[in-house]
Design a protein. Structure first.
Length: 72
């Protein structure tokens, strides 16, 4: 399952949630304040490679195919 990054609109916390591909933010709850007003961020993959210089280090279209996951 891909790991999605969310930002809480109430407290500003950022957190990651494992969800099925294409899942929306329904049912996602901020772990810090318990708020349900959360916004899905575009991708942890994009920010992860931003510092590396290489856009597609593994040639895969998304992060879940790239690594083994498990960072958190
Ligand atoms: Zn929050």
């Amino acid at each position: 399952m891909p790991l999605y990054e969310y930002a809480c609109r109430s407290c500003g916390a950022r957190f990651e949630v494992l969800q099925r591909m294409g899942a929306d933010s329904t049912g996602v709850i901020c772990p810090k304040c318990g708020g349900t007003e959360v916004a899905k961020q575009l991708s942890t993959f994009a920010s992860a490679v931003a510092g590396g210089g290489s856009a597609m280090p593994c040639g895969a279209p998304n992060a879940s195919a790239c690594g083994s996951g498990g960072f958190s």
